[in-house]
Design a protein. Structure first.
Lengths: 312, 194
């Protein structure tokens, strides 16, 4: 008897992308979209539970937060690019206002850092959302049904009451989804993948929110898993070169790269490495970033000769 | 925040429900009337009973104010009492509006609008829009009135400041958020490209 074919196991890529039958399903029937979104969500769940212990989840959430912010700004008729938002957040000095784009990203960044498994997360959430929405939260009650059904209930509840608070509604929906599947932090999913017309339809009480949310979940899971696989590979390279960096504070600097979409050498690495008390001169910070680019483990994100920003 | 005065009786148990409601309405109107800046809902909730809906109380007050020359308006995270626009000329003719907003001329409004749409925006960015230098004086005036403030530095030689609009900008123009700016497409269709 012929031995069973060995399963193809790609060691170089520990994160498996969604199978084609999930991503290529074109059917609009509710049974089909619900089934495929369930499968996609379960696969993303495995990725996020991080069995290999290598996934840079903070970085993944930060990047997804940036995508969500771009999408929400578009809903508010502001055409901001990811690089514009990066500039606003990274180049603002203490006391500067960030402007609407920077504020939107910071709200998402704060949201994805809310630890749902710790007490007091509701208070932290209250600082992210607009006051009018926060006030309403005690009345919302516990949503029921599958995770996706719960998320769409919250989404349509908030959108119908506050048709122009799309960002807040999407944030609460993502948070509800995370709680329902048992993630410890929200993962921005719906904002970047729900169509503008779907959001308008939900706010107007027309159309079936569950169906459009299912469709968005499929796309979101696909995107998140791809990004996770990509970041996992890049970060593995970064970790591999870490022992070869002899600059003082390089471990602390790498920790910033592993948790932030973009790092500005002049604002975040010097005079002290953000979040630590490690001093680093401007020159040392720039040299470290140049060295990391030379080693092909981080990229320069702006293409500018000055005011450069770096990220994995 | 002001120091807590001896606890205000918010529940008003000794009043019959109808009078209690009237008293709460009165308090909310008085607080908003007396405040120089928009009063957040959470602050209003502190002068009424636990179960009372600030929203409903405000609605009742608004109904009562219908036909008066002033109204309760939701602006930027709070409530404010404003005179109605159609009395602007009368107010300008006779009222002592003192240090409140001095009139902005058309050009200043245009500069403000450009910042609102394109923020964060530098003076160079404004120059590109208007085809001429915008004087530092004008920017300083808008800043002094707290309609704009400094935003993140621009990634260009000299790291010039950008400007962004403030909460007060929203209040002065009667907006709840930047969402209330007219749609850019509509403006262009009306021949008012900014």
């Amino acid at each position: 008897m012929k031995p069973a074919t060995k399963p193809v196991f790609d060691n170089t890529q520990s994160i498996q992308l969604l199978p084609r039958w999930v991503t290529s399903s074109r059917s609009e029937a509710i049974e089909t979209v619900a089934f495929t979104s369930g499968a996609a969500l379960a696969m993303l769940d495995v990725v996020l539970r991080n069995p290999g212990g290598t996934l840079p989840s903070e970085l993944l959430r930060d990047r997804m937060a940036l995508d969500a912010a771009v999408a929400c700004l578009k809903l508010e008729n502001r055409n901001e690019t990811a690089s514009g938002i990066r500039d606003a957040v990274c180049l603002a000095r203490r006391g500067d206002a960030l402007g609407p784009a920077g504020d939107m990203f910071m709200a998402w960044r704060k949201l994805v850092r809310v630890n749902l498994s710790a007490g007091g997360w509701k208070d932290r959430l209250g600082k992210v959302l607009p006051a009018a929405v926060v006030e309403l939260m005690p009345d919302i009650g516990a949503p029921a049904g599958t995770p996706v059904a719960q998320a769409s209930q919250i989404l349509s509840y908030i959108l119908r009451l506050f048709p122009r608070e799309e960002a807040a509604a999407l944030m609460l929906a993502d948070l509800t989804l995370a709680r329902a599947v048992g993630w410890d932090r929200p993962m921005p999913s719906l904002a970047a993948h729900l169509l503008r017309e779907d959001i308008r339809a939900i706010a107007d009480g027309a159309g079936d929110p569950v169906q459009s949310v299912h469709r968005a979940i499929i796309a979101a899971c696909d995107g998140a898993i791809r990004m996770a696989a990509d970041l996992d590979r890049r970060v593995a390279k970064l970790r591999a070169v870490a022992p070869r960096l002899r600059a003082k504070g390089s471990d602390e600097a790498l920790a910033l790269f592993l948790s932030h979409d973009a790092v500005s050498p002049s604002g975040m690495l010097s005079p002290v490495i953000k979040g630590t008390s490690f001093a680093m001169t401007d020159r040392a910070a720039r040299r470290l970033c140049d060295r990391l680019v030379e080693l092909c483990v981080v990229r320069e994100l702006t293409g500018r000769p000055t005011f450069r920003l770096y990220g994995v | 925040m002001a120091k807590e005065t001896p606890a205000l009786d918010t529940d008003l148990e000794d009043l019959p429900p109808e009078l209690r409601w009237r008293e709460w309405m009165g308090r909310i109107e008085a607080v908003i009337f007396a405040s120089a800046s928009p009063v957040p809902r959470a602050d209003l909730a502190r002068v009424v009973g636990q179960g009372a809906s600030v929203e409903l109380l405000i609605q009742d007050i608004q109904v009562e104010l219908a036909g008066r020359p002033y109204e309760l308006v939701a602006v930027a995270d709070g409530w404010l009492m404003l005179t109605q626009v159609r009395f602007a000329d009368a107010i300008r003719t006779a009222a002592d509006v003192g240090g409140q907003l001095s009139d902005l001329n058309e050009f200043e409004v245009a500069v403000l609008a450009s910042i609102a749409y394109h923020q964060p925006l530098t003076r160079d960015g404004l120059k590109d829009i208007f085809g001429k230098d915008i004087s530092r004086d004008l920017m300083a005036r808008l800043r002094a009135q707290e309609l704009i403030t400094t935003g993140p530095r621009s990634p260009r030689a000299g790291a010039p400041y950008t400007y962004v609009t403030t909460q007060k900008f929203l209040v002065v123009f009667g907006m709840e958020s930047l969402r209330d700016l007219p749609d850019r497409d509509e403006l262009e269709n009306a021949g008012l490209a900014i």
